[in-house]
Design a protein around this ligand. Structure first.
Ligand SMILES: [Zn+2]
Length: 222
């Protein structure tokens, strides 16, 4: 146990040397500030490291992770992250990244009392309820599990779009754009779900609009 703990600091020393060998000013530049183009909202799962799978370095992604990459409407944590990333860091892209084999999604498909986790998982059960017809029609359990992972990403993208900062940023600047991805643990590949961001914006605008804007298409009647 102590060995694995000590190894972290040895790893860190090696990493510092490695980064300096490619760019002597790497940490000097890092200390000067951040201008990441991406906000990444992903799962806490240890097998899904944001920077590694995107091939990006420190300073290039603003990251928020929780169980099953959820964007709950009253979660101050994720909502503060979104607000800061959009209003202050001016990120161009917001990514919600789920992953196949997600333990959080799997837990939400079971009839088990998991104590404190129940309210968190309930939001995933809500996603199942919203897409019950499609999911119930899938007889293969693995396929059903995979599809719920994808639909959960889609619904969390919609929750991101509900944020005032995201709507206002898009109306004023044309960004941030929201993307839904799924990471495949078995192959290491990222799949872009090609979420129709503008379509979602306009679809939910009647109910969730916070901009008092006419947007780029005629607004639906309220
Ligand atoms: Zn997960």
């Amino acid at each position: 146990m102590q060995d694995s703990y000590n190894k972290v600091f040895e790893n860190n020393r090696q990493w510092v040397e490695e980064m300096k060998s490619t760019n002597a000013d790497f940490f000097k530049n890092l200390a000067e500030g951040q201008t990441p183009e991406f906000l990444y909202i992903g799962c806490s799962d240890s097998r899904v490291p944001a920077e590694d799978l995107m091939g990006l370095k420190p300073g290039e992604i603003f990251v928020h992770r929780n169980i099953a990459n959820m964007v709950n409407n009253i979660d101050m944590n994720v909502n503060s992250v979104i607000e800061y990333a959009v209003s202050h860091l001016k990120v161009k892209h917001i990514v919600v990244c789920g992953h196949y084999g997600c333990g959080g999604i799997n837990a939400a498909m079971q009839s088990t009392d998991l104590g404190l986790l129940n309210p968190w998982l309930r939001s995933i059960r809500d996603v199942y309820r919203m897409h019950q017809e499609e999911l119930d029609a899938i007889t293969d359990q693995h396929q059903k599990f995979d599809r719920l992972v994808e639909l959960n990403v889609q619904e969390q993208c919609i929750n991101v779009v509900k944020a005032a900062a995201v709507q206002k940023g898009f109306v004023q600047n044309g960004y941030p754009v929201v993307h839904g991805w799924v990471f495949d643990l078995k192959t290491g590949t990222l799949k872009d779900l090609n979420i129709d961001f503008e379509g979602i914006l306009h679809h939910i605008q009647k109910i969730y609009d916070l901009t008092e804007s006419t947007w780029s298409v005629p607004k639906m009647e309220k």
